[in-house]
Design a protein around this ligand. Structure first.
Ligand SMILES: [Zn+2]
Length: 135
């Protein structure tokens, strides 16, 4: 039986977002205190429209936990990256597996302490900035 997948990759909610910034030194947008989501942020890639670098996103939930993340797709993540799952912004969860599968559109994704799942390769996650992407 063919796996049933949603037609469109679900997008991340922006409910907990409090601030977007560009941290690229060469970018004119890095001078801004805050980026405007509609004006300066490419919402389909979570990058700065000027320099195409991932934007830094400050987040806060209803009970006062805060964090700063970058948004990467499942297929951009590797083992030992950390992501925030759901509304929990207190503790990031380690990625323990992230691999292509034989089935197109099905990406193997595993988190420490969670059962592995198959997700869309382009599904975005809230990632800890200390991952391998950021030097
Ligand atoms: Zn920029």
């Amino acid at each position: 039986m063919a796996p049933r997948l949603p037609k469109r990759t679900p997008s991340l909610t922006t409910d907990m977002d409090t601030r977007y910034t560009c941290v690229s030194f060469d970018c004119p947008c890095s001078e801004l205190e805050e980026l405007d989501l509609d004006e300066h942020v490419n919402r389909s890639t979570w990058t700065c429209i000027e320099c195409n670098c991932p934007v830094s996103v400050d987040m806060a939930n209803d009970w006062g936990e805060k964090c700063t993340v970058y948004r990467y797709q499942a297929q951009q993540l590797k083992k030992r990256d950390y992501i925030y799952k759901g509304n929990n912004l207190d503790v990031a969860v380690e990625v323990t597996g992230s691999n292509a599968t034989d089935v197109e559109g099905r990406w193997y994704f595993a988190l420490a302490g969670h059962k592995f799942e198959f997700v869309e390769p382009d599904r975005y996650y809230n990632c800890l900035p200390t991952g391998h992407h950021v030097r």
